[in-house]
Design a protein around this ligand. Structure first.
Ligand code: GAP
Length: 431
C-alpha cells in the first residue's frame, strides 16, 4: 500500500485532501492522471451498463434532498455504526472493527492508549446540514450517503416520461458522503467518495433470476476493466449483517494488502424503497397496478480505482534496476502514449516531434502527453509509473526515414513505425 500511495502522489494521481493544512481525514483530491483514470473507469461502466443497453435510464439527481427522503428510506433511523469512546484518551472507534481486530476478547481496550472503552453507542453516519437561513428543524437536510435514493425519488418521472416496460433500470454516477468514524486504508474508507449504482426494477417473482444475471454482469465488467479476478471473491452476507433495506446481499470482496474486504455489492432491496416512498407502476397492457422489486448492483468508484491500482502494480528488473509500472489496459490508462524528441535542445527534432507526431496523435487520442524532461531512461521510468502503454521517440533517423521508435511498456521492446502509419498502429493495439 505504501508503494501505491507514494506513487499516486509522486505521479499526480491522488493527493491528501486539504494537505497544506495538515490534511482532512477521509478526503482525497484527484490530480490530472488520477482523474483521467477515474473518468475512464466511469466511462467504461456507463458504456457497458447504460449506452449499450435498451433498458437503462440515466439520472443525475441533486445531492441535497428533502429530509423526508432519508426518513422514508430508513437512513435517519438505521444508517449507523456502533461507536465506542476511550475513557482515557477520548478517541472514538468503530466497535465492530475493534472486536474483529482483537485476537481475544480480553484484548478489547483502546488501540491507541490501552485505556478502558466505554459502552457502544449507535452513531448515524449521515452528514447533516441546514438548507436556507432558517434555524428550525424543517431546514435539516443531509448530504446523500448513497446515490440510490436519487433514483427512487425519480422513479415516477422516469416512468411517466419514458414509459419503460419491466424489467428496466436506472443508473447514476455521483458523490456520496458518510461521516465514517475511522476513515482509513487510503481510498478504501473515505468520508467523501463516488458511487456507480443501478436500481433494476423487476416483477417480485423474477428477482432471483435477475440477481444471478447481475452477478455475472458485475464480474464481466470487473474483468473488462482489468481488476485481477483471482483476488475477487463473492461472499454471501449473513442475515444478521444485512443492511436495513436488503433481503439478500452478495459482496464482491477484494484481497487488499490490509485484508479481504468489500469492493462492490449486489443487493435485493425488495419493494422496500418504492413502498416507503409510495410509488407504483402500472402495466400499460393489463392496467395492473403494483410495486416493482429492486435488484441493486452497486460499485464504489474509488474502490474500483484502488483495486485496479493494486491489480496493475508490477515490478521487474531492467538493466539491473528494479522498475515499477502500472499494467493498465490501454482503454483505461490515463495516458495512451507519450511523445519525446530524443534531445530537447535540438530544434529540428523538437519541431518534427511536435508538429508531425504529437499534434496529430493528440487530436486523434486526446490522452497523449509531451515528455522531454530528463534523459530517455528517466522518461521511460516516469511513463511506466503512470502506466502509459506506448512511448514514442523522434530521433535523428526520423528526419530522414520518417519513422519513430515505439516502446512497449510491459516488454520494453521497441519497434520502428512509419509516422504515416502511427495512428493506425496505436489504434490497432488499443482496440
Ligand atoms: N446503495 C447501496 C449502498 O450504498 P454500500 O455497500 O453501503 O451500498 C456501496 O455502498 C459501495 O460504495 C460499496 O460497495 C463500496 O464500493 C462503496 N463505499 C461504501 N462506503 C465507502 C467509503 N466509506 N469509502 C469508499 N467507498 C465506499
Amino acid at each position: 500500500m505504501d508503494k501505491i500511495v507514494s506513487l499516486c502522489k509522486r505521479r499526480g494521481f491522488i493527493f491528501q485532501g486539504s494537505e497544506i493544512y495538515g490534511g482532512l481525514a477521509g478526503t482525497y483530491d484527484w490530480g490530472h492522471f488520477g482523474l483521467a483514470l477515474k473518468n475512464n473507469i466511469k466511462q467504461s461502466w456507463w458504456k457497458k451498463f447504460v449506452d449499450s443497453r435498451r433498458d437503462m435510464y440515466g439520472i443525475d439527481a441533486a445531492i441535497l434532498m428533502r429530509q423526508e427522503v432519508w426518513q422514508k428510506a430508513g437512513h435517519v433511523e438505521n444508517f449507523a455504526d456502533p461507536m465506542v469512546e476511550c475513557e482515557k484518551c477520548h478517541k472514538k472507534f468503530r466497535a465492530d472493527q475493534i472486536v474483529s481486530e482483537a485476537s481475544k476478547s480480553s484484548d478489547i481496550s483502546c488501540p491507541e492508549c490501552n485505556g478502558k472503552l466505554g459502552e457502544a453507542k449507535q452513531f448515524n453516519m449521515m452528514f447533516q446540514t441546514k438548507v436556507g437561513a432558517s434555524e428550525d428543524s424543517s431546514a435539516i437536510s443531509y448530504l446523500r450517503p448513497e446515490t440510490a435514493q436519487g433514483m427512487f425519488v425519480n422513479f415516477k418521472n422516469t416512468v411517466d416520461v419514458f414509459h419503460p416496460k419491466l424489467p428496466f433500470g436506472m443508473a447514476q454516477i455521483g458523490k456520496a458522503f458518510r461521516n465514517e468514524i475511522t476513515p482509513r486504508d487510503f481510498l478504501f474508507r473515505q468520508r467523501e467518495f463516488e458511487q456507480m449504482e443501478i436500481e433494476y426494477f423487476v416483477r417480485a417473482e423474477d428477482w432471483e433470476k435477475y440477481f444471478e444475471y447481475w452477478k455475472d454482469e458485475m464480474m464481466e465488467w470487473m474483468e473488462e476493466v482489468g481488476i485481477d479476478m483471482n483476488k475477487v471473491h463473492d461472499i454471501e452476507i449473513p442475515k444478521e449483517d444485512l443492511a436495513h433495506y436488503s433481503k439478500r446481499t452478495v459482496d464482491f470482496e477484494f484481497e487488499y494488502p490490509f485484508g479481504q474486504k468489500e469492493l462492490f455489492g449486489l443487493a435485493y432491496r425488495t419493494d422496500f424503497d418504492l413502498k416507503n416512498h409510495q410509488l407504483e407502476y402500472i402495466d400499460s397492457e393489463t392496467n395492473e397496478k403494483f410495486i416493482p422489486h429492486v435488484v441493486e448492483p452497486t460499485f464504489g468508484v474509488d474502490r474500483a480505482v484502488l483495486a485496479l491500482l493494486l491489480s496493475s502494480y508490477s515490478e521487474d528488473k531492467k538493466n539491473g534496476e528494479i522498475r515499477s509500472y502500472l499494467k493498465f489496459k490501454p482503454n483505461i490508462a490515463p495516458v495512451i502514449c507519450a511523445v519525446s524528441p530524443l534531445l530537447k535542445n535540438k530544434p529540428e527534432l523538437v519541431e518534427y516531434a511536435n508538429t508531425k507526431v504529437f499534434a496529430p496523435l493528440k487530436t486523434e487520442f486526446g490522452r497523449v502527453v509531451w515528455d522531454d524532461n530528463g534523459n530517455i531512461g528517466k522518461r521511460y521510468r516516469r511513463q511506466d509509473e503512470i502506466g502509459t502503454p506506448f512511448c514514442i521517440v523522434v530521433d535523428f533517423d526520423t528526419l530522414t526515414d520518417d519513422a519513430v521508435t515505439v516502446r512497449d511498456r510491459d516488454t520494453g521492446e521497441q519497434e520502428r513505425v512509419k509516422v504515416s502509419e502511427l495512428i493506425g498502429f496505436i489504434k490497432n493495439k488499443i482496440t
